[in-house]
Design a protein around this ligand. Structure first.
Ligand code: MN
Length: 267
């Protein structure tokens, strides 16, 4: 088995090294990942500039490829000929924070896996639910060992077309991890704010800031599963169609005229 390992935290981050080392026990590993942090970059296809790739040496003296594109660009390059040998599985991570609920739409970790899914290669995104202000050195090894269990299962059972796995791993030592649970996407609560500032030339610029997202720890969701000490596995499909709404929207009158004082019916 030939496994492509990528991430969105950058090729030199500790999470990708721990993941690659575990994947080496399952087969041949090629690492191709961004040369810098692309967290929260979403699903990107770089079209307006060329992509450059260079070889780098990781902390364990293994070699990897570093690309100046997005995580999804890395996967695209690898699957379209940069990596000559056929790739059987793509794993992305281990991201340094959880990717829960609607985070998957922002996550470079998850969208790297989505890129592989688009091209028909089984893919899994791995994220570690480490606390926000953890002071020590984060140990990715327990999470990497859990990732190996998942990768083995995907290699054995396969994944249907159009589906990837989003895996979130609790920040716990091996003997406190309770097991694996299949979960649905939960609800994240975002606290974004806009900060408008003035640059030295008197022109405005903007930051999107605010506290980290919080989450609703409902049972059966990725968030609830992590809170219970289990590895959360959410199958995600790229078909985002809201099928149950199609008949209702099909009854809408496309010729109606809005009154001037119209209010949103959903508020
Ligand atoms: Mn990240």
């Amino acid at each position: 088995m030939h496994i492509l390992v990528t991430n969105d935290d950058g090729v030199l981050s500790p999470g990708i090294l721990a993941l690659a080392q575990e994947m080496q026990q399952l087969g041949k590993v090629t690492i191709l990942a961004p040369d810098r942090n692309w967290s929260a970059s979403g699903h990107v296809k770089t079209l307006e500039r060329p992509l450059r790739v260079k070889q780098v040496v990781l902390a364990d003296q293994s070699t990897a490829w570093a690309c100046d594109g997005a995580p999804s660009d890395c996967v695209s390059l690898a699957l379209h000929g940069f990596v000559e040998e056929k790739i059987d599985l793509v794993v992305s991570g281990i991201n340094s924070y959880a990717n829960l609920g609607h985070d998957v739409t922002y996550s470079g970790t998850v969208t790297a896996a989505m890129e592989a899914t688009i091209w028909g290669i089984p893919a899994v995104a791995f994220s570690l639910d480490q606390p926000d202000n953890f002071a020590g050195i984060v140990d990715y090894c327990p999470a990497a060992r859990a990732a190996k269990r998942v990768a083995q299962a995907v290699a054995h059972y396969g994944l249907p077309k159009d589906v990837l796995l989003n895996v979130n791993i609790p920040f716990l030592p091996d003997d406190q991890l309770k097991g694996f649970r299949i979960s649905r996407m939960g609800l994240r609560v975002y606290h974004d704010k806009m900060d408008r500032r003035i640059d030295p030339r008197g022109k405005p610029y903007y930051w999107i800031i605010g506290d980290s997202p919080t989450s609703v720890p409902e049972r059966g969701t990725d968030i609830g599963t992590l809170a219970d000490g289990y590895v959360s596995i959410t199958p995600i499909q790229l078909d985002l169609t809201a099928y149950s709404l199609m008949p209702e929207i099909d009854t809408w009158d496309w010729n109606l005229e809005l009154p001037a004082n119209h209010a949103n019916p959903h508020e």
